[in-house]
Design a protein around this ligand. Structure first.
Ligand code: NAP
Length: 485
């Protein structure tokens, strides 16, 4: 291990006001290895009182943090970026243990997630308002940008580091303090991140982490506190809806990064080999457990057989195993519930007439694995078309016209990521403008990029993370009118 020991018990407490402490009453809960169901370690199980103590610390630190020069805030992020790079092997290993993804993929997440720290370290000194002359004369109009104030972040288990850095990076850059509640299944990566940010010089109270098995109670209490100014949530749409309702009383600012149901459209003029390569990335990144995962493959009738045959060949040859084993390409799903849900979606599709081209079941033995699966001719009303699969399953539906492809692609409550493969420029423009999605990938299966605004519309939520837009979520605007001749 380089630097600090990321599995060391001293970093398994709550992180409040710059110190590691036990939860109220010494409560703790187990972190499980999804590759075999065994206990990896335990972490503190924070109570409502612990969460309020974390908010107290964030509130106490807010004023001085807001006054800390932007360059200093940026340099702390930059230092953390460098420390994370130095420890990327350790972080990837830790993430693979608690989440299951192959170590190589976890390393990819560390690199990707860490880029938010670099991006926002550069954004911090560029926060600026504007000055203008009143169009009718007689005054000057100034805008002053200020941090929103104490924030509450709730993150999911599928990207334990990146879903945190996308919020923590811009909040630090903007001068906000925060309480972070990581997912119960993957608290260790976030705790390691807190240790690294502290080492990078983040003042006490700016970042507080509360691990807990009582997410609903903790969130309700923190949101009920009028001192909280913003909530940013990444997770499922039903929980997002609940948090939006809870934000209403205190009119908290909100960013909601919710579920997806991404279409992956392959037109007859596409480069099919490139489309299959993109499909493997869009489908299999994170074992299919991604909000951006291609959920529905819509393929033109002229190329459907070729696409399905090539995709099946690649999906069928993937190596499934423990994330820490050399050569593993597909790790376990997060838990038994996930395996049951994917199994039910595949069975429903097959019962509805879909052809099973490869995979289709969970292998016997320990751990929460599911074999990479391809389904062809999935019925329009199959549940797998309307629900997030969150597993390594590629359902293919055939279309014949461009209008049909767009109608099918938009026939979902979600609007996060979408993908299209075509070599026709006019069609690219038409499709990009017709798809009701926050993100459209053209001839690429990978959209995530810290320099781009990530986010959705419709039931996929609102707000953007990354890009120039990312910091706006953490800034307020005060307009100052000054009389002047
Ligand atoms: P989830 O069940 O909504 O959980 C996400 C987080 O919310 C966890 O920290 C969870 O805590 C917490 N939570 C659960 N119930 C809560 C409540 N009543 N009040 C407050 N917090 C609560 O989602 P998930 O299964 O972990 O994550 C997968 C979902 O995230 C998918 O829908 C995926 O599409 C979405 N996602 C979206 C994006 C995006 O950027 N749009 C990115 C990644 C994932 P516990 O762990 O303690 O239950």
């Amino acid at each position: 291990m380089s630097g600090l020991d990321l599995l060391a018990p001293e970093h398994h407490g709550l992180f409040i006001d710059g110190t590691w402490r036990e939860a109220e009453g010494g409560a703790s809960f187990a972190v499980i290895d999804p590759a075999d169901g065994s206990e990896l370690t335990t972490v503190a199980d924070g109570s409502v009182a612990d969460a309020v103590a974390a908010l107290d610390a964030a509130v106490a630190a807010q004023a001085s943090w807001a006054k800390t020069p932007p360059r200093t805030r940026g340099e702390i992020l930059r230092k953390a970026f460098e420390l994370i790079n130095e420890r990327s092997d350790d972080l990837a290993h830790l993430m693979s243990l608690e989440m299951g993804k192959p170590v190589a993929e976890a390393k990819g997440e560390v690199t990707y997630g860490n880029e938010f720290f670099r991006w926002f370290s550069e954004e911090a000194p560029r926060i600026h308002g504007r000055w203008m002359e009143n169009p009718v004369g007689g005054s000057r109009l100034l805008t002053v940008r200020k941090p929103v104030g104490p924030c509450f972040f709730i993150t999911p288990w599928n990207f334990p580091l990146a879903m945190g850095t996308r919020k923590i990076g811009p909040a630090i850059a903007a001068g906000c303090t925060m309480v972070v509640k990581p997912a119960e299944q993957t608290p260790l990566t976030m705790l390691a991140l807190a240790a690294i940010l502290t080492e990078a010089g983040l003042p006490e109270g700016v970042l507080n982490v509360v691990t807990t098995t009582s997410a609903p109670k903790v969130s309700a209490a923190v949101q009920a506190d009028p001192r909280l100014r913003k909530i940013s949530f990444t997770g499922s749409t039903p929980v997002g809806r609940l948090l939006v309702k809870q934000a209403a009383d205190n009119l908290q600012r909100m960013s909601m990064e919710l579920g997806g149901n991404a279409p992956f459209i392959v037109f007859e003029d596409a480069d099919i080999d490139a489309a299959v390569e993109g499909a493997m990335i869009a489908k299999m990144r994170n074992m299919g457990e991604a909000c951006t995962a291609a959920n529905r493959f819509l393929v033109h009738a002229d190329v459907a057989e070729e696409f399905a045959t090539k995709l099946t060949s690649q999906m069928g040859s993937l190596v499934v195993g423990r994330g820490q084993d050399e050569g593993t390409q597909v790790g376990p799903l997060i838990d038994e519930k996930a395996v049951d849900s994917v199994t039910a979606l595949v069975s429903g599709a097959v019962e509805g007439g879909a052809k099973l081209l490869t995979g289709g079941s969970a292998p016997s033995g320990p751990g929460y694995f599911f074999t990479p699966t391809v389904l062809l001719d999935v019925a329009a009303d199959a549940e797998i078309n309307s629900q997030e699969i969150f597993g390594p399953v590629a359902p293919i539906t055939v279309f014949t016209t461009e209008d049909e492809a767009v109608t099918k692609a938009n026939a979902t409550e979600y609007g996060l990521a979408s993908y299209v493969y075509t070599r026709d420029l006019s069609r690219t423009i038409r499709i990009a403008e017709s798809l009701e999605y926050g993100m459209v990938g053209v001839n690429t299966g990978l959209l995530s990029n810290p320099a781009a605004p990530f986010g959705g519309m419709k039931s996929s939520g609102f707000g953007r993370e990354g890009g120039f837009e990312g910091i706006e979520e953490y800034l307020e605007t005060t307009y100052v009118g000054i009389a002047a001749d």
